[in-house]
Design a protein around this ligand. Sequence first.
Ligand code: ZN
Length: 538
Amino acid sequence: MKADLILRSNNIFTSTSDTPISGGVAIKGNKILAVGEEAETFCGPETEVKEYGNKLIMPGFIDAHVHYFMGALAASEHVCDALITSSSEAECVAIIKEFADQHPDEERIRGFGWFPANWNDAPLPTKKSLDEAIPDRPVYLDAADGHTLWMNSMALEEAGITPDMKPKSGSIGKLENGELSGLLFEPDAMAPAMAKVMELDIQKMKKLHQDFMANINKWGITSISEMTADDYNDTTYRNYSVVREMEKEGSLTCRLHLYPKLDGYRDFTKAVEYRKEFCSEKLRISGVKGFIDGVTSTFTGLLLEPYSDRPDTCGVNVPNAAKEDNADYITAANKAGLPVRLHCIADGSVRMALDLYEHSQKENGKLPFYNTIEHIENIHPEDIPRFSKLSVIPSMQPYHLTLDFNEKIGRIGKERCRWEWPHRSLLDAGACLAFGTDYPVVDFNPFPSLYAAVTRLDDEGVPTGVNPEERITLAEALTAYTAGSAKAYNRDDIGALEAGKLADVIVVDRDLFSIPAEEIKEAGVELTIMDGRIVYEK
Ligand SMILES: [Zn+2]
């Protein structure tokens, strides 16, 4: 048998060993035939050969944590993302009015990125200012943290929001006179309106998916996920179905792993039904997603001991579910064969999640898959060895450590900050790290993340946090971003360059191993192959 394509380089990082090898990667159809010197034996008269000199060939990046549907929409021309620059309600309204005027064909006006913290802590906005500026089309403006939606009267009406609605969690904003204020707080309350936000005609949806995927392929990413904990409703089914149609048409250029909702469910029949329908190599239900806490910046991250700058609180268990209820949800999901991924920012939620996974293992026996804990911004050192013991994957976003601006030192104190984003300690304790971005929280370009993990410096070269001893090597960071993330998706057919694996292969525009660390963040991609097909070439 001869290869369709051979990529040659002096530096091939396979993710199965720490040192690059030389030779080639031979590809036939959508699979890898051979790697290294052996690849040459598959070279026939019809084989296309591409020479890359010293440039690094490696497995496609696997971003372990992406909010795909919201992210793809927010990146499209259908959403005004300039709200992020606004410094007051009036300025924000002026920006969205200009967007509306420039987009007469959009039947709904969508915006993203307003944030009261950037408005000098002015009072929260209301529908009134939007009604005056845009009275004739529904307006939906999502806050920068995705936890509040601001709408005009037409949008409230279109989405069927009424003052007496009682969402499972969160709340419906009201004015003093009891009438709707135009604000919805937290995902459950926002759901009917978000369904409208996601409503676009099918051709527009496909176009925005294709554009977005082309963009991520440009950065060498071949696998991503949908981590928004979508509920089991028509909007979700429609979103998933559009991508499935694209797969049938051959226009899906990135593998997408779907994680619908965990919280509140004791019966996962619906998730299992979804999984039967969405179960291909490119699009599949890979488990379910839940939350244990919020974020430390708003004191909703759950700590074991009180906040240093607010001794009255340890934070909150955000879905407001008792530990016993969470135990039921997780055990039931695992029993139905669904891996669980839990959002846990702070040491209290991380410990709770580990306890809950331990409980599930007691009830279900040894699981044939990995559960994960997402984020882990800080952890109690005693919990670090439990990851490898319980086969739980720490799924982390190294670039986030540069965004913290050392805020946590004030919030949780220096001593606990020693255990912020503890990549090195987790690896040393035998854990398998998975890396990603949490896009759209930060950009999906993986190179700044690798740089942050290797140096523990921010983009300006300033140390982030107090624990440079948590640096890891480039090989470890690349492994986390490929083989490690593949494990978080419970897959062994991607994430490494080995005979028999699916051909998700990229060529980086330089040899990352022989450049100074500062240059890692400047790197780009020369070629991206997904499923044996070239999906990007510089
Ligand atoms: Zn997330």
